[in-house]
Each structure stands twice: as structure tokens, then as C-alpha cells.
Design a protein around this ligand. Structure first.
Ligand code: ATP
Length: 230
């Protein structure tokens, strides 16, 4: 369980509040207008964005002041955070060994993750030699080897076409189901919400609202969500 307790998050002159409890194994979509604070919310959870007040608790432990690398979560951004000069194997390996001294066991784990995302035959290529979808798969393999209880995605597949995006969403869904991880995903696409999310966190008016069941919310959106969905 991940709890944001009475939080106020600060990003330059922007401030937003958040108070919610997120359940392990659930899939949350974070939606709301541009500039409302969706990325800021994920940044605060990961420890990249400071908080003026409140606490973040993971399974009861206070992680409010923990370094990003010591938090129980992996974050995937839209650009996939792949290093252009490293092969796919080494890019994935960074998820477990930042010093890149990979043991035989590490290499076997990486090979398993690459096979799981369909990249077994692309391991020695550099990111520039991969398609957009393959780059996303490589980034997901890194998420997989890190095996954290929470996976945070900030519009990771926005640059992909609809068919490929759906393929990637299904892959993410399969991966979190296998590992039992919770998922928190920022998206602008209502169809992504319907495809993958159990719950929706609406961000708007300076607050991240507590999660509400996705299907119910999308079928009967309250006025602020209706205005956003258009
Ligand atoms: N590094 C920063 N320094 C100062 N202000 C920032 C910074 N990053 C974002 N902001 C401000 O914080 C607010 C929230 O931004 P954020 O990126 O979280 O919104 P968002 O909902 O993710 O938007 P989008 O859907 O356009 O990506 C905005 O007003 C933005 O201008």
C-alpha cells in the first residue's frame, strides 16, 4: 500500500495537494488538463519533486525523505530513458547494476526480461537501431528486471501509433499482473484509461483527487472530468 498523507507538492511557483491511499496490484490512470500537475504528482512519489508538507508511506514506512533510488518504484518517461551509446543488454542491465558489472546471473535475468518483451534477438543493438516500439520494449525490460512493487509511467507510449500503443499497454498490463506490481500511469487518452485502468486519479484545480473506479467514472464523469474529456 502506498499512502500520500496530507501532501502539498511544490514545483517552482506551482503547488498542489494530494491525500490518497493506493493499493498494491491495482492499476491507476492519472488524468487531467495540461499543466494540472500529473507529472508533478509522479515526480513527488519518485522523490524528484519536493513536498512542503505531508508524508509518503509505503507499507507503513515513511519514505518522504528517501532518495529516488531507494524508493520502491520504477519510473518510465516518454523518452524511455535509454542511453544511446549502450547496447540493449547494458541499458537493461543498468536497472540492476548501475556500475554495469553484470554477473552471469544478471545476464541471465536480463535475457529472460528481453525474451519476455520480445527482444531476444535485439540484445546487442544500440537504441538508434531499434524502432520506436522496440525502444519502448527495451525500457519495459528494464522496468521488469528492477522488479519494484510500483511501476510509474508518464505518458510512455504517447509517440506511438494507436495499434502499437495498445500492444504496449497490453504488455504492461501482462507484466504488472505477473509481478503483482501496482501501476500508476499518466495518460491523455480516455481509451487508454478504459483499456488498462482499475481506478482513476483526476488531477485538476490544484489537487490530485482520491482514486475512483475507472469504468464508473468514465461512464458517468463528474462536471470537471466531463469538461476535460470534451
Ligand atoms: N521544473 C519546473 N519548474 C517550475 N515549474 C514547473 C516545472 N515543471 C512543471 N512546472 C509547472 O508545474 C505545473 C504542473 O506541471 P506538470 O508537468 O506536472 O503538469 P501535467 O499535468 O503533467 O501537464 P501535461 O499534461 O502538459 O504534461 C505547471 O504549471 C508547470 O508549468
Amino acid at each position: 500500500m502506498l499512502r500520500l498523507e496530507n501532501c502539498e507538492i511544490v514545483q517552482g511557483t506551482f503547488r498542489m495537494t494530494a491525500d490518497m491511499t493506493l493499493e498494491q496490484g491495482q492499476k491507476y490512470a492519472v488524468i487531467g488538463p495540461s499543466g494540472a500537475g500529473k507529472s508533478t504528482l509522479l515526480g513527488a512519489l519518485c522523490g524528484f519533486v519536493p513536498m512542503a508538507r505531508g508524508r509518503i508511506l509505503h507499507e507503513g514506512s515513511n519514505i518522504t525523505e528517501a532518495d529516488p533510488g531507494a524508493r520502491p518504484m520504477t519510473m518510465l518517461f516518454q523518452d524511455n530513458n535509454l542511453f544511446p551509446h549502450l547496447t540493449v543488454v547494458l541499458n537493461v542491465g543498468l536497472g540492476i547494476r548501475p556500475d554495469m558489472r553484470l554477473t552471469t546471473a544478471d545476464r541471465s535475468r536480463i535475457a529472460d526480461a528481453l525474451a519476455r518483451v520480445g527482444l531476444a534477438d535485439q540484445a546487442e543493438k544500440r537504441p538508434a537501431a531499434l524502432s520506436g516500439g522496440q525502444q519502448s520494449r527495451a525500457a519495459l525490460a528494464r522496468v521488469l528486471v528492477q522488479a519494484q512493487p510500483w511501476v510509474l509511467l508518464d505518458e510512455p507510449f504517447a509517440a506511438l501509433g494507436p495499434a502499437l500503443r495498445n500492444e504496449m499497454l497490453d504488455l504492461v498490463q501482462g507484466l504488472v499482473a505477473e509481478t503483482g506490481a501496482g501501476l500508476i500511469m499518466v495518460t491523455h487518452a480516455p481509451e487508454d484509461v478504459r483499456r488498462i485502468a482499475d481506478q482513476v486519479i483526476f488531477v485538476g484545480g490544484g489537487a490530485a483527487e482520491a482514486p475512483r473506479p475507472a469504468a464508473e467514472l468514465m461512464d458517468n464523469p463528474p462536471p470537471e472530468l466531463k469538461a476535460y474529456l470534451g
